[in-house]
Design a protein around this ligand. Structure first.
Ligand SMILES: Nc1ncnc2c1ncn2[C@@H]1O[C@H](COP(=O)(O)OP(=O)(O)OP(=O)(O)O)[C@@H](O)[C@H]1O
Length: 228
């Protein structure tokens, strides 16, 4: 179980997360939904232990959460520019020697001998996913995992995520695509104003579309309607 206790973070005057607390069990997939800038990436960076300037506590099975417990697929994965896909994977192979990336590349179909600089957005996402899959960390954070993937790769990713769930991983997915979250998640948290504004469990997912339509309607819609 991953447990977050009273996680808060501010940037200057702006408090982005306000005493956020929740728990996720092994084998559970949690969807994180919220407007641009609400703090989804910040939350993931805190769980991945990339941030120091926050308050609150994180536990995995009652032990303090450690960096090695988490793998994180960033919305825009970063790579070393001057090395190939294969060389990136070789770096991971040192740590995870059992990962058979040649076999996995039959699924991901990357030109592994090309420089990553020459990869398309979707190819970079696939490479980042392969690197993530080579790890055996119990917690997996996926920030906008479907953006940039073609239809076939998106189907593959659905299947991969569900198989990781079966293996007992704790998975968090941040996405603006409600249908992807509905398809995969056990529950979906809607974040607003630094807090969990609403929690939807699977049996209430059919109410999410109407809720989102009402919630995300905002004042500037009137301006937009006028402009159009
Ligand atoms: N290092 C930083 N310095 C100052 N402000 C920051 C920093 N990192 C994030 N923020 C601010 O924190 C807020 C939350 O940002 P975050 O990237 O977590 O949002 P998000 O929910 O992931 O947004 P999006 O949907 O656009 O990806 C934003 O207002 C952002 O400007």
């Amino acid at each position: 179980m991953l447990k977050l206790n009273d996680i808060s973070i501010s940037f200057g005057e702006k408090q982005v997360l306000k005493k956020v607390s929740f728990e996720i069990q092994s084998g559970e997939i949690l969807g994180v939904l919220g407007n641009n800038g609400v703090g989804k990436t910040t939350l993931f960076e805190i769980i991945a232990q990339w941030k120091r300037n926050f308050s609150g506590e994180l536990f995995l099975e009652e032990e303090k959460l450690q960096r090695k417990d988490v793998v994180y697929l960033e919305a825009k994965p970063q790579f070393y520019s001057r090395i190939t896909g294969k060389e990136h994977l070789d770096l991971f192979k040192v740590k995870y020697p059992n990962f058979d990336y040649e076999e996995w590349n039959k699924v991901f179909q990357l030109p592994l001998n090309d420089l990553v600089d020459h990869y398309s957005t979707g190819m970079k996402k696939r490479l980042a996913l392969m690197m993530l899959l080579s790890s055996d960390a119990p917690i997996i954070l996926l920030d906008e995992p479907f953006i940039g993937l073609d239809v076939e790769a998106s189907f593959d990713l659905d299947k991969i995520i569900l198989s990781l769930k079966e293996k007992g991983k704790i998975i968090l997915i941040a996405s603006h695509t409600i249908s992807s979250l509905q398809k995969l998640c056990d529950s979906i948290y809607h974040f607003a104003n630094g807090e969990i504004a609403n929690v939807f469990h699977k049996d209430a997912f059919d109410t999410l579309d109407n809720y989102a339509e009402d919630f995300f309607k905002n004042d500037h819609q009137k301006t937009l309607d006028k402009l159009l």
